[in-house]
Design a protein around this ligand. Structure first.
Ligand SMILES: [Fe+2]
Ligand SMILES: [Fe+2]
Length: 218
């Protein structure tokens, strides 16, 4: 929880929006690009451009019909522990949907905080898993998470300043999560599924999953 707060606090700057997006993104990602091989920068940038900048989000029309998010088979990654966490985030987003209908500001605020906190714990867990599995795009995947956290931090700041952002935030969370699972997360499963399975296969006390749960969710 404290770890997540620190991560949020460090990501409060505005998210780049216009035609300069790509340039700003590179500067944000690689302030020390001189020491990172240029080939790696290009590969990582291509990944982020594909997964973040030019993604087709679900239209608001479709989302309005959905309103309440429903888990569908195509969202399953096949990695049990990851699917469980993704489903839990969907539950939080649906709780936010319910809270919006009650117009109870206190519960909306609590759910926003819980959703962000749980999502950030999931990101840390997933990033550690990808690092240990040797996924070649772990760095840009982490940057994709970081960019999302920056956007959500903006919403949280606006909410704390008294603005009603719940509808807009609900839309962003729902669109982003489903797209991220179907594209970015599905991509790492394709690449390193067998290594992930062997890391997460041990369900015992001292296994990877138990140790990581303790580290990122307590
Ligand atoms: Fe992810
Ligand atoms: Fe994920």
């Amino acid at each position: 929880m404290r770890r997540n707060k620190a991560r949020l606090a460090g990501n409060g700057a505005p998210f780049p929006r216009a035609a300069t997006q790509a340039l700003l993104l590179v500067l944000f990602i690689y302030p020390s690009s001189i020491i990172i091989p240029i080939g790696t920068c290009i590969k990582d940038f291509r990944y982020i451009r594909k997964h973040v900048l030019y993604r087709n989000y679900l239209s608001d029309e479709v989302l309005n019909i959905m309103g309440y998010l429903v888990w569908t088979k195509d969202l399953d990654t096949g990695i049990g522990v990851i699917d469980g966490q993704h489903k839990r985030i969907v539950e939080y987003i649906n709780k936010l949907h319910d809270a919006r209908l009650t117009r109870d500001n206190k519960s909306i605020g609590d759910i926003i905080e819980d959703t962000i906190d749980y999502t950030m714990s999931h990101f840390s867990f997933e990033e550690a898993l990808l690092e240990d599995a040797g996924y070649q795009f772990v760095r840009p995947h982490k940057k994709v998470h970081a960019l999302f956290i920056r956007r959500v931090a903006e919403f949280q700041a606006r909410y704390k300043a008294g603005e009603d952002v719940s509808e807009e935030l609900h839309g962003l969370l729902a669109r982003w999560l489903f797209n991220h699972i179907r594209n970015d997360d599905a991509a790492y499963v394709l690449a390193v599924k067998s290594t992930i399975n062997s890391l997460t296969g041990d369900k015992g006390e001292g296994g990877w999953v138990a140790r990581s749960f303790k580290k990122f969710f307590s």
